[in-house]
Design a protein around this ligand. Structure first.
Ligand code: SAM
Length: 275
């Protein structure tokens, strides 16, 4: 897979792409990330990338010509001939569709992703209409530029690529994970697996040694080797966390009878201030 990022601050990406999973994936040749300085596609002495908005108002807008030249230089197919499943051009924008784990999964199945980072008041809308397949926002807040959003997308997508994580199951059994089937068996070290894919819920809490820390013990269910008790505890915790922090997610998932029971109890506890 290859990412091409068009930005006025190419140096911005030096550090975020140089740690952990991203760095390893790049060294292993799983992914290539190239940054392109938008100013290299200007044709005036001042290397101008922006201009005043038509209609007046605040700030400056990124001009279309350098962005068109930059995308053209990357040899991606014209929008109407493009197969967005293989190569896709994304505009980072606060006005875009919210970035989710399922969009990350779609992107992880492509071969090439070009990202355009806006700055100032944003980007001439013709760039979105004529060049881009998707307009993506990483959340309901306004950043000063698309660079952080592009780095977020690279990170999220790369960890989904086969071979990027030491244990491929790590990206299945976590928050927003799509799998909802109970997992049979145990991992190589005999420890029960996460036992349930997150199935669209938030992940359950994790604990490691020591079992006692500053007077606080790990939950009793995790102490013994009772796999069924561990599974029930984890499911209950995932439902509880989702209920407290992201109740909207509960409307989008398949709820089992066991979930329904746990949720009724969790809601009661929440109302009585016990959760
Ligand atoms: N005037 C724009 C608006 O109100 O929607 C905000 C422009 S913002 C200051 C400059 C650039 O940051 C945008 O063009 C976009 O590339 C990027 N940006 C800001 N917030 C973003 C978000 N939530 N997700 C993705 N990109 C964002």
């Amino acid at each position: 897979m290859r990412f091409d990022i068009i930005t006025i601050f190419p140096g911005f990406f030096d550090s975020p792409l140089d740690y952990g999973i991203l760095s390893r994936a790049r060294k292993a040749g799983l992914v290539e990330v190239a940054t392109h300085d938008l100013r290299n596609f200007t044709h005036d002495r001042h290397r101008t990338v922006d201009d005043r908005p038509f209609g007046g108002g605040e700030g400056m807008v990124l001009k279309p010509e350098p962005l068109f030249d930059a995308v053209t230089s990357l040899d991606v197919a014209p929008k109407l001939e493009r197969q967005p499943k293989q190569e896709t051009v994304i505009l980072l924008s606060a006005q875009g569709r919210p970035f989710t784990q399922s969009i990350a999964q779609e992107l992880a199945a492509t071969d090439r992703i070009v990202m355009i980072c806006g700055r100032y008041e944003g980007v001439d809308e013709r760039v979105n209409e004529m060049l881009c397949d998707r307009e993506i926002s990483i959340g309901d807040y306004v950043l000063s530029g698309g660079e952080l959003a592009a780095a977020v997308i690279v990170d999220t997508v790369v960890r989904l690529l086969p071979g990027a994580l030491g244990n491929p199951d790590s990206s299945r059994f976590e928050s927003f994970g799509a799998d909802d089937a109970p997992q049979e068996g145990a991992s190589a070290d005999g420890v029960p697996r996460s036992t349930y894919g997150a199935g669209g819920l938030l992940d359950y809490p994790h604990y490691t040694r020591p079992a006692e820390f500053r007077g606080v013990s790990i939950p009793e269910a995790l102490r013994g080797g009772d796999h069924e008790a561990i599974r029930r505890w984890r499911r209950r915790m995932a439902l509880g966390k989702t209920l407290r922090n992201r109740p909207d997610l509960l409307d989008r998932i398949a709820i089992s009878d066991e979930d329904r029971e746990m949720l009724a109890e969790l809601r009661l506890n929440l109302e009585n201030g016990r959760e």
